[in-house]
Design a protein around this ligand. Sequence first.
Ligand SMILES: Cc1cc2nc3c(=O)[nH]c(=O)nc-3n(C[C@H](O)[C@H](O)[C@H](O)COP(=O)(O)OP(=O)(O)OC[C@H]3O[C@@H](n4cnc5c(N)ncnc54)[C@H](O)[C@@H]3O)c2cc1C
Length: 431
Amino acid sequence: MQDEIKKVTVIGGGIAGIQAALDLAEMEIYVDLIEKNPCIGGHMAQLDKTFPTNDCSICILSPKLSDCYRHPRITIHTLSELKNVTRVNGNFNLTIQKKARFVKEKDCINCGNCVEKCPVKVEDAFDMQLRMRKAIYLYYLQGIPSVMAIDRDKCLFLNKGICKICEKICPKNAIDFEQKDIEMELNSDAIIVATGFDQFDPSHMTRYGYKTHRNVITGLEYERLLSTSGPTLGHVQRPSDKQPPKDIAFIQCVGSRDVKNNPYCSSVCCMYSTKQAILSHEHDNETKSYIYYIDLRGGGRGFQRYFQRAQEEYGVQYIKGAISEITTDEQENPILHYEDLSTFELKSQRVDLVVLATTMIPSNGLVELTRVLNIGLDRHDFVETDVHNSLKTGIPGIFTCGCCHGPRDIPTSVTEASGAAAMAAEFIRGG
Ligand SMILES: Cc1cc2nc3c(=O)[nH]c(=O)nc-3n(C[C@H](O)[C@H](O)[C@H](O)COP(=O)(O)OP(=O)(O)OC[C@H]3O[C@@H](n4cnc5c(N)ncnc54)[C@H](O)[C@@H]3O)c2cc1C
């Protein structure tokens, strides 16, 4: 019966939002999943493997993406963001802005003809600007919905009124330049906020040389280099000369545990840098990795054993050291100048590539979203939660999970997502 239908809106289509949506749908609750990008998947889709098991990230994520897409009780709204909320008789009335895709989702068959012929090349944000894509594009290879989108800022027709090659070539007439941004109204009995995180940009921390030294990259960029669906098809190459790096330094706490930037611990970096060092050795067993750290933080199950295996089986060296500066030699090899915190000596080391473990920060737009929802922010600008229940916000009926309330790994995000879904179900069913 219509009046028995219960609905929850989940904001953010990363692993946390996806898991919450699937759990709710299995509890016979209808879900509107709101995602601002052209496809769901979040950061997990960008990762190569996941610690501590080193399972293929997309292989774990893909079935969940399809389950979400096919589930009769889940409606995915991509290119969408929440603009307004009002509360009527305890229910939420939401105004969602859905941006035009300029491609009819139901008609596109992802044949790729349009991509092949599109004349405009654009840096690919999903691949961390390490390769070019076209102005009409699939957000990522395994992305769901598996349909193209047109980049409104780069498309020749939308900006200069010329081209329309994609429209001419599309065998399904799926291109629709008449599409407009629309506003739609949704009713919801509860809301789950799962907007995840963004990456700290270390460009202004000149001592690391990010963006000035070509062979200094971030952890997320390195994930794309390791990935077989990434810009180098999984062949690890350093940016300056496309050669495989033999000595790699991984630097911890870039922008975290640092009062000038972010005082909190980013929680996953010691583990993901160790993972990246192990994978580098698996790609090329001549590769040697050095992890520069302040102190190693890995509190999860099996995490200490993971650090131990990295050292014993993969020859990873952990150096307790504080970096003062990174310079380069004539071949663009980075040279690390650091204080060895075990001996207090000043030392230097030349490597082929530096990977910066940059902090997770609140996602862009979270301040505005929390204002619209009337929920609080904590002192680091993540979603503020109840001191006794970290999945509850200050507003009854609005719950949260995953990295939008602080850095955490995938297993924790997934566990929380199931918790938030259970609490939302309990809330709307009255216990
Ligand atoms: C380099 C690196 C390596 C990592 N490796 C591992 C690993 O090996 N193992 C592990 O367990 N963890 C790892 N992590 C952590 C892992 O990425 C996170 O735990 C996980 O992605 C958190 O999922 P999430 O859904 O909370 O956030 P996200 O993955 O950030 O997803 C949030 C989603 O919400 C969307 N969104 C944001 N704002 C809005 C809005 N206003 N409206 C609508 N949608 C919005 C975003 O577009 C995104 O799709 C790693 C992290 C990094 C940076």
